[in-house]
Design a protein around this ligand. Structure first.
Ligand code: PAF
Length: 280
């Protein structure tokens, strides 16, 4: 496995691979890899000849009061996990390589990124679109894999790829869950055991919403009220949003449209922000 730290070397390596006819499959990450990331890597392997994983904690997608400094990092463990998983190249640039002194260009998707997480994290999607654009221009992949757990991010990136005419196929990997249902996330490492116990209620509440729908109720107001109620019963949890939107456009839906209704939530578990979603 090759570890590349500079933009120039990554670009020339990708160019050489493309010239040889290799199909490059890319998984962008912020590291602290868990089974969810590994499943995205497996998907990339199935869709490309060479798998590139980036590990970069992107400062531009964190707000001033967010967890950039304390975001979990373990490069040594991540590199081992990538090696075991059969990754070909890890691109792990230092911050100055991605954002050198004087950096001043940003990419902003202005519609799909506005609701949900865009409301409570105003800088987030601008930072994501900027870094993903840069990574696409550096890694130059044929295919890139994103996780369904970050459903709005996946929709924003897909839309950006279309708007900006990137010749990259975007694939979405299913959310991987712990045995009790909690969606895997690097931020779960912040949870103390008692918080971890309460956090499981988020997915349970989403399942309660799904159960109501399966009983024949398709009013999203009713479904969302049920979910909110179940989350709010736990003292430690505070709902930031629970919404029902079209999974591609992120526009609110009053009634479930089967197969394309994203029920997405963000929740504070004490000071830890967790997100999850299901599709009805
Ligand atoms: O989902 C993530 O880990 C990040 O938002 C991404 C896509 C790697 C961009 O920094």
């Amino acid at each position: 496995m090759q570890v590349i730290k500079t933009v120039r070397e990554m670009q020339s390596t990708s160019k050489a691979l493309r010239d040889k006819g290799c199909k490059i499959a890319f998984v962008p990450t912020m590291g602290y890899l868990h089974a969810g990331h590994l499943s995205l890597i497996d998907k990339a392997k199935a869709h490309g000849d060479v798998v590139v994983v980036s590990i970069f904690v992107n400062p531009t997608q964190f707000g001033p009061s967010e967890d950039l400094e304390k975001y979990p990092r373990d490069m040594e463990k991540d590199l081992k996990a990538c090696e075991v998983e059969g990754v070909d190249i890890v691109f792990a640039p230092p911050v100055e390589e991605m954002y050198p002194q004087g950096y001043s260009t940003y990419v902003n998707e202005e519609s799909l990124g506005a609701p949900l997480c865009g409301k409570s994290r105003p800088a987030f999607f601008r930072g994501v679109c900027t870094v993903v654009t840069k990574l696409f221009n550096i890694v130059h992949p044929h295919v890139a894999v994103f996780g369904q757990k970050d459903a709005q991010q996946a929709a924003v990136v897909k839309h950006m790829v279309q708007d900006l005419n990137f010749e990259i196929e975007i694939l979405i990997g299913a959310t991987v869950r712990e045995a009790d249902g909690l969606a895997m996330s690097s931020r779960n490492s912040y949870l103390k055991p008692f918080q971890r116990q309460d956090a499981v209620r988020i997915y349970q509440a989403l399942r309660k919403g799904a159960a109501i729908y399966e009983m024949g109720i398709d009013s999203t107001d009713r479904i969302l009220a049920e979910i909110t109620h179940h989350i709010s019963e736990v003292r430690r949890l505070r709902v930031i949003y629970v919404q029902a939107v079209d999974m591609e456009t992120m526009k609110p839906l009053r009634y479930v449209e089967k197969g394309r209704t994203l029920i997405a939530t963000a929740v504070w578990c004490d000071e830890i922000r967790l997100i999850d979603n299901i599709i009805l």
